[in-house]
Design a protein around this ligand. Structure first.
Ligand code: ADP
Ligand code: ZN
Ligand code: ZN
Length: 763
């Protein structure tokens, strides 16, 4: 007897193993088996087929059967196959993404212990950039130990923690996770601990609470507008599989979801409710828990591996959660009996995974999953993606809109401020226009809250020598370093490289280095000098490395401990704060000037979403309903996208953007495949890129563009080139993929290109 298995490696296809007689009773499709691989490696492989076809070549024996139950449902495997095919990656890569690593370990009994787990942390005295760097340098003669330290630093966010000078935001990592990530034996870790750099400790883990929280199933009555929308959605579903719910911010979409979920549960079916990571806050889960109790499971990427293993196991068991609220990877979970899929904030780009493979778009995968299981999907958003909206216009999706906010709360008033002109007249106070300062002051006087949005973290994005114009660059990537004042360091936002700030210019030795531009840190400083009594919090990647830090900032703001919240795009997302009356967008131009064909669409979405945080409700404050105020600072007040945001003219934005996409052939009017190649040697890469593009042109002709340099042409010492392939919507994708794979095989078989890395990004 033989089994075909998926091995958690980026290798094509399935692998066949022999099943020794004593294991043949235990093995079944969907269970995991321990298999030998290569010289000494072992993996937990997933069985996809059990058969008696003698393969052509010699097969090894499986070593053990790890599960008595299956870990993979047939419909799940079908979806994985679709993902691997569509996004041009291997089944092994999908397996790796779908299954928490605790379930891929080789010895079967999942190695996490339920109550305590061995963790590793940085010894306190090494929480010091200088000391840590010297210690790393001193490890040169023991490269394995050095590698372990480097991986530790990357995985736990040491650079970021040093940057903000807060060791508490280091991500906790288990001993297992670290050893696995490094791929070394425990003796290496032991040696590093003996050097005093790391220390081991035991952590008690909070398990997902098993005590039952009863489902109250008490729903808020819907308003008339909500009721109508819900009926319309159900009407749409009689004819179409997908419905787009286009409802302005705070129109009460979430409440409609709750009612729909309730109906699906009543039919004994399951619901998948997907959200982008930053929207999945305890604010939302608490709201859902109140209604659905512990029938609700949460799948968050910030959860520990052990927690995710538990959710996975529960989903495959006979008593799964009825509702999963989760981030993009939750679409790869097992569902026995799916009854509805909700994708909230469907326009969010974070549904797309960029690194590593599978580079999938969770919205699209969810749509396919729903279709495969014959269920309906609801896409909800205040700012639809052009993809979804054009599907609605074409009649492929149904369309339902909600144009008023719940409880007759007004939409916020948006005022555009031309900061280019104010700068010329020297009327700007740092990043603030006089209007914005006045609005902030008035809000503070009225005891209301303010959100300020700046899409750049750190203190200043650029440091520059006044004499010769030199700016510090990341030695590993093709970007300039961002100045972080709190830690007095320069940091690369791509690879995490960090260095101290030089006193003199290394190029001309002048001592006149100055910082340009405003990051969130600097805005915090300016604000403190203008409003010394205001309580200010900052929410960006640097202050939210851990789940608790992130939740802490949100809760503090919700309780009113904070008056002003400064943040990057994290503050634009689905948060529901009731006392926010003023929102300031400090510089919209940086969003509009991104080198990406989606930048206007995204800028529109971001501005509209962040504006939507203003004046959401007066409930509970006992005040009259007054519309929220949004101050939108921009370099060019006549810029069409800005004007569309002000008018709330989604239609207009859609039309102008579609026109551009048609003109330059971009999605959703074509399929876009980026072929990326990476190599350590830039010259070799140039040759490879040219040759590859020429070969692609032979097959795809004028549909091939490039090669060119992506905006960041070098990351972590690998040079990158990109070839772009634009295919007609009617193109035979399976055929195109086959040709691409052939070309890849041919290119990488050449000895001179052996160490090149090649991968695809679809759509
Ligand atoms: P959206 O998801 O469209 O941004 P929400 O569902 O978060 O909007 O609703 C906005 C606010 O209105 C929330 O504070 C919510 O509690 C309240 N709300 C919405 N619908 C109802 C309802 N039917 N009854 C009571 N409150 C509601
Ligand atoms: Zn200089
Ligand atoms: Zn870098």
């Amino acid at each position: 007897m033989f089994v075909d298995c998926i091995v958690p490696l980026p290798l094509e296809g399935v692998f066949t193993y022999n099943v020794p007689a004593h294991l043949s009773q235990k093995v079944q499709v969907g269970c995991r088996v321990n298999v030998p691989f290569g010289q000494k490696k072992q993996y937990a492989a997933l069985v996809t087929r059990v058969h008696d076809e003698q393969p052509a070549c010699q097969t090894k024996d499986i070593l053990a059967v790890l599960d008595e139950e299956r870990m993979l449902l047939p419909n799940q495997l079908k979806l994985w196959q679709w993902v691997a095919e569509y996004y041009m990656c291997t089944l092994g890569e999908v397996y790796k993404a779908a299954i928490p690593s605790g379930l891929k370990e080789k010895d079967g009994v999942v190695r996490y212990r339920p109550r305590t787990v061995d963790c590793v942390r940085l010894a306190g005295e090494y929480f010091d950039g200088y000391k840590l760097n010297s210690a790393l340098a001193a490890m040169k003669s023991t490269p394995k130990q050095q590698l372990l330290m480097i991986r530790y630093i990357e995985l736990t966010g040491v650079n970021a923690a040093l940057t903000v000078g807060n060791a508490n935001i280091l991500k906790e990592i288990t001993r297992e996770e670290l050893l696995k990530a490094v791929g070394c034996s425990s003796s290496v870790l032991k040696a590093v601990c003996e050097r005093g750099l790391l220390e081991e400790y035991e952590k008690t883990v909070d398990r997902i609470p098993t005590a039952s929280i009863p489902a109250s199933l008490i729903l808020q009555p819907l308003s008339d507008a909500q009721q109508t929308a819900m009926l319309q959605i159900k009407d749409v579903w009689r004819e179409k599989d997908v419905c787009l719910l286009h409802g302005v911010t705070s129109s009460g979409k979430t409440e409609i979801y709750i009612h729909l979920i309730n109906e699906v549960l009543a039919q004994g079916k399951q619901v998948l409710y997907m959200l982008p990571e930053i929207v999945l806050t305890s604010q939302l889960t608490e709201r859902l828990r109140k209604v659905f109790g512990d029938r609700l499971g949460v799948y968050h990427s910030r959860y520990t591996d052990a927690e995710r293993v538990e959710v996975y196991r529960k989903q495959i068991s006979d008593t799964p959660y009825d509702i999963i609220v989760g981030v993009r990877s939750s679409v790869l979970l097992p569902f026995h009996n799916l009854g509805m899929v909700i994708i909230d904030e469907e326009h969010e780009t974070s549904f797309k995974q960029t690194e590593p493979a599978p580079r999938y778009h969770a919205r699209n995968v969810a749509l396919v999953m729903a279709r495969m299981s014959g269920t309906k999907t609801l896409l909800g958003t205040a700012t639809p993606s052009l993809e979804s909206y054009s599907n609605a216009v074409a009649g492929k999706y149904g369309y339902v809109s909600l144009t008023t906010r719940f409880g007759n709360v007004c939409m916020p008033e948006i005022e555009v401020v031309d900061i280019a002109e104010l700068k010329r007249k020297k009327l700007m106070n740092g990043p603030f226009s006089p209007v914005l300062l006045r609005e902030i002051r008035q809000a503070l006087e009225r005891n209301e809250q303010v959100i300020l949005f700046q899409n750049r973290r750190g203190f200043a994005p650029v440091v520059e020598c006044h004499v010769c114009g030199w700016t510090p660059q990341c030695p590993h990537c093709d970007v300039s370093l961002t100045f972080h004042k709190r830690s007095n360091s320069l940091t690369c936002h791509y690879c995490g490289f960090s260095t101290s700030v030089a006193q003199r210019c290394p190029q001309c030795d002048a001592d006149r280095l100055s910082s340009k531009g405003y990051g969130t840190e600097r805005i915090e400083d300016v604000l403190a000098s203008i409003f010394p009594d205001a309580k200010v919090a900052r929410m960006d990647l640097d202050t939210t490395r851990s789940r608790s830090a992130y939740e802490g900032i949100i809760k503090g703001f919700q309780r009113g401990d904070t008056d002003i919240l400064i943040g990057t795009q994290m503050v634009t997302k689905g948060l529901d704060f009731r006392r926010v009356s003023v929102v300031g967008i400090l510089n919209a131009s940086t969003m509009l000037n991104q080198p990406d064909f989606r930048s206007y669409e995204r800028a529109y979405q971001m501005m509209t979403q962040v504006a939507g945080r203003a004046g959401r409700s007066s409930a509970g404050t006992g005040q009259n309903v007054r519309p929220g105020r949004v101050i939108l600072q921009v370099h060019d007040a006549k810029q069409p996208t800005v004007m569309q945001v002000v008018r709330g003219d989604f239609e207009g934005m859609f039309r102008t953007q579609m026109e551009e996409r048609r003109l330059f052939m971009y999605p959703p009017l074509c399929r876009l495949v980026y072929v990326y190649i990476k190599h350590k040697d830039e010259i070799v890469l140039e040759h490879l890129a040219e040759e590859l593009a020429a070969l692609l042109r032979q097959v795809f002709g004028h549909r091939v563009l490039g090669p060119d340099m992506p905006p960041i042409a070098r990351v972590q010492t690998m040079y990158i080139r990109k070839v772009c392939l634009k295919l007609e919507l009617t193109a035979n994708m399976a055929e195109a993929r086959r040709r691409l794979h052939e070309i890849q095989k041919y290119m990488t078989s050449k000895p001179e290109y052996k160490s090149a890395v090649m991968y695809y990004d679809v759509d």
